[in-house]
Ligand binder design. Structure first.
Ligand code: GTP
Ligand code: MG
Length: 695
């Protein structure tokens, strides 16, 4: 029997790098009886970090799906990577989870990725809990982390579990709701509930008051009761807290030391009893231009599901990870891919524990499952039953921030390399491959150097392809700044028919982004109508390569002023040549300039690095538009800078900020390049052209 919607919880485990997310999941699975021994991340044997790269690098790279059953509730964990290079994985996990568990180090407190995750959660008004991990470490400080959270995020944080002692004195946790103590278990054993030791009773009193007050605020009825009676019963506390999380009014805080298997029982109790069910989740389904429907996760409807992740498994082939939004899915059902409109069979349905798949006969709305070998189905697709049209929106993934030009060292590997890169791009939607026809470069782009290098080294190692990388060329443009006229006569007499065409044009600068306009202002019949398309073709040809450095030309308006034709010698070809040369000559006189792409960027850094980051941005010809304090020590700098100056920014920013700084970027506009920079671009283009001719 499948778990019904009310008996399912989807928890995205997020947080800064190395806060212990994967370790926590491993110990939760141990506590839940899924595995008989919890392995350390360093051993490469955890359930969650099972990819070869994860084992080698000892960090999480992909979101990994695991589950356990606790008090009759199926809890799905989505263990996300903390590194900003894999932020796309976090986006996918948050899309299909109802609540997030943000893991924070008891010593480190709030870090940059904690803040960025928090912003993502705020964007979706998503319920969340915090787990303060590594309580047994030197300088661990639960109270300080709690203060840190309060100072940075404007939310009521409510301790549900508090530590008994901290650092070397840490002995375990107190569950304030259940009023039970859980001492650190012996190595390899599970936690057991114990009575609260006498010396910890005062601790309970300190925190319980806050807990009861917060619970009361979750619900008006409870608030009245609380005012009348001055307290609430344990069941009332649970109800109030549960509503408070679901409505995102409060953030419960738990704690423990995951590698000591401490604090996990209280966490599981809390998730099973208090975390919101999938029924709180809604999706906007767009089935036509104007047909939009808000769909709530519920099992009493025909089947529909969203594909949030795709992997290619060495043994099972393509695996599609879905969240069932409505209805139920049984093995071998008829399903339709909304994008393709194609009918197919679901085949077998699987659950997974990391890379291990096991078959189930049915799955219900709210649950996460895996289908194999759906050849036309990709990430972001919607699947549905014939009697339920649905189309859920794609993942809102961040844009790439780092690009590299790649080429196979040996020419015969080129096609294979292109295919392999394409395959990675199908799996990982934050990774893009494109062929730049202008520069003739294959450019790959992603979220950072770490992601790009990992993808390339996997191809190098597994396929034995040698790959050269270099900084990609910038897609410069050219334009004009003034108005200029020109006249060009094309005349050739080489026996038989001659060639004749004459055009007189005016070229002017257009506003940025208007590319091209053409106006025929010839009075009378100086040039036959039939030659006008030839003239326009010539203008387009002239704009393919600018007069300064041969880059494509944009934002030029041309007026055809006059012309002459010959009854026998004129032709479309002759007019094409004449107008091409006329525009070239006009552009020479019209103040031509090089344009460069300028990017908008948001840089996230700790305050201590602000000075360095700002002066570095100005050395990159950047302009700072503003800065926002994101709370206690983290600043977002909003700026713009030429793309040419940002080609290594993902690497340099990390170096400047001891690995903590990250940024987001997107193309903003084209802007003229001045002085020496322009000269350098022109010189480089001329050298490049000369080099190419020399071959
Ligand atoms: N002292 C201490 N170390 C811990 C604890 N939990 C995890 N660690 C260690 O912290 C390191 C990182 O743990 P992971 O579980 O890989 O952290 P993560 O958050 O999954 O890291 P990413 O997925 O790469 O972001 C490992 O060396 C763990 O053994 C804990 O409670 N106490
Ligand atoms: Mg991890």
């Amino acid at each position: 029997m499948a778990f019904t919607t009310d008996k399912i919880r989807n928890i995205a485990i997020t947080g800064h790098v190395a806060t212990g997310k994967t370790t926590l999941v491993e110990h939760l699975l141990f506590a839940g009886g899924v595995i008989s021994k919890a392995e350390p991340v360093e051993s490469g044997r955890t359930v969650s970090d099972s990819l070869e790269e994860e084992i080698n690098q000892k960090i999480s790279i992909k979101t990994s799906l695991t589950h356990l059953v606790w008090e009759g509730v199926k809890i799905n964990f989505l263990d996300t990577p903390g590194s900003a290079d894999f932020a796309g994985e976090v986006v996918a996990a948050l899309r299909v989870a109802e609540s997030a568990l943000v893991v924070v180090g008891a010593k480190a407190g709030v870090q940059i990725e904690t803040i960025k995750t928090w912003r993502r959660l705020d964007g979706g008004n998503m319920p969340r809990m915090v787990f303060v991990n590594k309580m047994e470490r030197d300088q661990a400080d639960f109270k300080k982390v709690l203060e840190d959270l309060k100072a940075r995020f404007n939310k009521p944080f409510v301790p549900i579990c508090v530590p008994m002692g901290t650092g070397p004195d840490y002995r375990g946790v107190l569950n304030l709701i259940e009023e039970k103590a859980y001492f650190i278990p012996k190595a390899g054993e599970k936690e057991t509930a114990a009575d609260i030791p006498a010396d910890q009773k005062s601790l309970i009193d300190d925190y319980r008051e806050l807990l009861i007050e917060s619970a009361a605020e979750g619900d008006d009825e409870l608030l009245n009761k609380f005012f009348d009676a001055g307290t609430l019963s344990p069941d009332e506390v649970k109800k109030g807290i549960s509503e408070g999380i679901t409505n995102n009014k409060i953030v419960p805080v738990l704690c423990g030391a995951s590698n000591l298997n401490s604090g996990v029982t209280a966490l599981l109790d809390f998730i099973a009893q208090e975390a919101p069910t999938p029924a709180i989740h809604t999706e906007i389904s767009k089935t036509g231009a104007n047909a939009e429907e808000t769909v709530t996760v519920n099992q009493e409807a025909p089947f529909s599901a969203f594909v949030f992740k795709t992997t290619i498994d060495q043994f099972s082939g393509q695996l599609s990870f879905l969240k069932v939004i409505t209805g139920r899915l049984s093995a071998d059902s008829d399903i339709i891919n909304a994008r393709e409109g194609k009918k197919g069979k679901s085949g077998k349905i699987y659950e997974c524990q990391g890379k291990k798949l096991s078959e189930v006969s049915e799955t219900c709305a709210g649950d996460l499952c895996v289908l194999a070998k759906l050849t036309v189905t990709h990430t972001n697709d919607t699947l549905h039953a014939a009697d339920k049209a649905a189309a859920y929106p794609p993942l809102a993934l961040p844009a790439p921030v780092h690009a590299v030009a790649v080429a196979a060292k040996v020419k015969k590997d080129e096609d294979k390399l292109a295919q392999l890169l394409q395959k990675v791009a199908e799996e990982d939607k934050t990774f893009q491959v494109s062929f730049n026809t202008e520069t003739k470069e294959t450019v790959i782009a992603g979220m950072g150097e770490l992601q790009i290098n990992m993808i390339l080294s996997k191809i190098r190692d597994s396929q034995k392809i040698e790959i050269d990388t270099k900084i990609p060329q910038v897609a410069y443009r050219e334009t004009i700044t003034k108005q200029a006229d020109s006249l060009y006569r094309h005349k050739k007499q080489t026996g038989g028919h001659g060639q004749f065409a004459e055009v007189s044009i005016q070229a002017k600068a257009l506003p940025r982004g208007q590319y091209y306009s053409f106006e025929n202002a010839i009075r009378g019949m100086a040039v036959s109508k039939g030659y006008i398309p030839g003239i326009e073709k010539g203008l387009h040809e002239a704009m393919e390569h600018g007069v300064l450095a041969g880059y494509p030309v944009m934002d030029v308006g041309v007026t055809l002023l006059d012309g002459k034709e010959h009854p026998v010698d004129s032709s479309e070809m002759a007019f094409k040549l004449a107008s091409r040369e006329a525009l070239k000559a006009a552009m020479e006189k019209a103040g031509p300039v090089i344009l460069e792409p300028v990017m908008r960027l948001s840089v996230f850094v700790e305050e201590q690095y602000m000075g360095d980051v700002l002066s570095d941005l100005s050395s990159r010809r950047g302009r700072v538009h503003g800065q926002d304090q994101l709370g206690g020590g983290i600043v977002e700098v909003r700026a713009e800078a030429p793309q040419a100056e940002l080609l290594r920014y993902a690497i340099d920013l990390k170096a400047m900020t001891s690995g903590t700084g990250t940024f987001e970027t997107e193309f903003d506009h084209y802007s003229p390049v001045q002085g020496k920079h322009a000269e350098d671009i022109i010189k480089a283009a001329k050298e490049g052209a000369a080099g190419a001719e020399g071959h």
